[in-house]
Write a protein that binds this ligand. Structure first.
Ligand SMILES: *Cc1c(COP(=O)(O)O)cnc(C)c1O
Ligand SMILES: [Zn+2]
Length: 391
């Protein structure tokens, strides 16, 4: 029998800016000292070794020692994680990229990698005794919150831009969530959530304004290492909105190095954004001092339409430390890329995935990435939800 103490090694939370410590069992928001995200810290036991993973469940909870849930009874799972890493044979041959890989996150519940973050966060909401969860979303996070809240028996409130394609709204309704439509982008939805929280008691799961979604998303980093036999790729391309996946993978690499699971080699991390909403690219290139006043427009890749990412400092730190870069892609190039990959590989990626394929071609043309390198693309979502706007 496993005792509750052995299940997670969560010890405390700390401010991502100054390191100030917070109680992991009381706080579920961001760090007031610097107005920055909180990150979870663990006292990882030496008994947690790579061998222990063998034979465990094929979902992200196989890494439960480094996930934040105290009591296994609170885990809300729909089988998220352990998505395949594909070897796209025809693209490899046509473009001369012998070590190209695609991690296909479209196979997650609700069709995107948002499932990982919401599985972790809704589990923690349940553990905290919450009855209602709320999220501002550009699309996929809303469907995922609605599904996990249904599974948990909690009420979900989803606040979404009115212009979001119908299918993203339909899925929220189907899972029994309350859907609120707002004119504007996700930043406007975030204002609405802040306003509603004044009068309604609910667990706020806004991107990186609570520490738990990051913990779910970091499992991508653990899986990449485990599935690639503990040798990380040279380059990872990631479609960046709020940045949770990028920051999460980087956190996973640090934790694994501390445990002796991997060495100090790190991939260069590439943040790919939409040309119509590229706050990180502009800050990275020095066009603006930070993202706070950036004004974005919608993109077909709605997951990338995040004009003022709360965790911009953390995103930029990953790009700097990894010697990576940031690049923006036009919507029509994303669509062309989705079509090419579909025809050549039988994989319908989200436009966010199309963006990383086009970004790879551009970065190879610039000489930033070499064809022979071990390259990993993260297809973060399914193209099926976007078909009416792609075809
Ligand atoms: C949300 C989303 C992203 C961006 O993820 P962040 O963690 O916010 O950076 C990328 N792709 C898809 C399909 C998404 O739904
Ligand atoms: Zn601080």
């Amino acid at each position: 029998m496993q005792t509750v103490q052995q299940f997670t090694s969560l010890s405390h939370l700390s401010c991502s800016q100054c390191g100030h410590k917070y109680d992991a069992f009381e706080v579920h928001s961001f760090a007031p000292c610097c107005n920055q995200p909180l990150v979870a810290n663990y006292d990882i036991p030496e008994t947690f070794t790579r061998n222990l993973l063998r034979g465990r469940e094929a979902n992200m909870w196989r890494y439960r020692e480094v996930l934040p849930v105290m009591d296994p009874a609170n885990i809300v799972t729909l089988g998220e994680g352990m998505t395949p890493i594909l070897t796209p044979r025809h693209l490899r041959e046509k473009y001369g990229m012998p070590s190209l890989f695609i991690k296909d996150e479209s196979l997650n519940p609700t069709g995107s990698f948002k499932a990982r973050g919401l599985s972790a966060a809704v589990s923690k909401a349940k553990e905290a005794g919450a009855h209602t969860c709320i999220v501002p979303t550009a699309g996929n996070a809303g469907g995922a919150l609605a599904a996990y809240c249904a599974a948990a028996g909690l009420k979900a409130i989803v606040v979404m831009p009115r212009h979001t394609p119908k299918v993203f709204k339909d899925e929220c309704n189907l899972y029994g969530a309350e859907l609120i439509l707002v004119d504007g982008l996700i930043s406007d939805c975030a204002k609405k959530v802040a306003e509603m929280k004044q009068t309604t008691d609910c667990f706020d799961i806004s991107t990186l304004k609570e520490p738990w979604r990051l913990e779910g998303k970091k499992t991508m980093g653990y899986e990449i290492a485990e599935q690639m036999n503990w040798t990380l790729p040279n380059v990872i391309l990631y479609p960046t909105g709020g940045g949770t996946g990028l920051i999460g993978m980087w956190k996973a690499f640090e934790e694994m190095e501390r445990m002796g699971w991997i060495g100090s080699h790190r991939p260069r991390m590439i943040a790919v954004q939409a040309a119509t909403c590229q706050p990180i690219v502009h800050t990275w290139q020095g066009v603006q001092p930070n993202c706070r006043k950036y004004v974005g427009r919608p993109s077909i890749a709605n997951g990338l339409a995040v004009p003022n990412p709360f965790a911009e400092n953390m995103i930029l730190r990953v790009l700097r430390e990894s010697k990576g870069t940031a690049i923006a892609i036009q919507d029509n190039d994303m669509i062309a890329a989705v079509k090419e990959v579909a025809r050549m590989e039988g994989l319908v990626m989200a436009p966010e995935g199309g963006a990383i394929w086009e970004a790879l071609l551009e970065l190879i043309a610039q000489g930033t990435i070499h064809r022979e390198e071990k390259i990993l693309l993260l297809n973060t979502g399914s193209g099926y939800k976007y078909l009416e706007n792609i075809c």
